[in-house]
Design a protein around this ligand. Sequence first.
Ligand code: MRU
Length: 337
Amino acid sequence: MQVRALEWAASGALRILDQTLLPAEERWLELDRVDAVVEAIRSLRVRGAPAIGIAAAMGLVASLRRSLIEPRERFLASADAGCAALAAARPTAVNLTWAMDRMRRCARATPGDVAAIFAALGEEAQAIWNEDRAMCRAIGEHGQALVMDGTNILTHCNTGALATGGIGTALGIVHVAAERGLRVHVWVSETRPLFQGSRLTAWELARAGIPHTLLPDNAAASLMGSGKVDLALVGADRVARNGDAANKVGTYALALIARHHGVPLYVVAPSSSFDPACPGGDAIPIEQRAADEVTRPLGRQAAPEGTAAYNPAFDVTPAALITGYVTENGIRTPPFD
Ligand code: MRU
């Protein structure tokens, strides 16, 4: 798997592939300040629930290198402030707050001088990344129970290597199937308004040599009605305790269409995307984004200047529309306890 969303720079900075420029340009950015990492997360240069948690953890470490001269209490205060700023960069993906909570706890729990805390934070960030890579692989393997030779899979947004620290979640299942020689075909919804499907998923699948076909989001109903979709696999930014799942806006519509046409729809996510403290979908904070993402898609004016736009980045699919959940621990289907 060649595609990566992020890595460490030799200098200790966070390096990310700027996803806003894909597929036209592959440009890597080096970030070593909290405000730069916050900007990169907000503007979706790095994106996808697991990837933003990992990027925030690595970015925090990179930024703390310049605090190594501070006394312990000041260093811990800098770490806390960095965690708070990064956790607030985007509200919906629980992976971000989960990763920042881990980093904060690690800093507080490490005895000794600032060098020891800094080393422990570096190891914790690497552990968050390594664990995500392993969870993606386990998800991909468990997901094979859903896939056969010739399966036509519909997916939404990008849940692959660009969105995680490994091979991906929903797209990870596709990658493992292809690795095992299954001839799967992927229906890729373009995912307006920021086109993560067409810009990122199609790019990733092309790189992997996996057959795929792009569709406008609003063609999903007629496509599923035509019987050409066997399975829908989507990711999640936060799964509430009752199973309601927030994911890229448009997922809810896909789930309604899938249910109408008898297509199974699975939410595919690592345990870091599950939020047991959140009772249900109503309690999931949904990020509202700028109107110009809708009125000026890809930088080109597509509505009269000043047109108001409704632009939630995510929607919530009720648990009742979800056939099951694929996690690193296996596949869960109703009834749930
Ligand atoms: O706004 P984005 O591009 O960060 O949205 C990403 C998604 O909705 C993904 O489906 C989700 O984060 C799961 S990524 C494995």
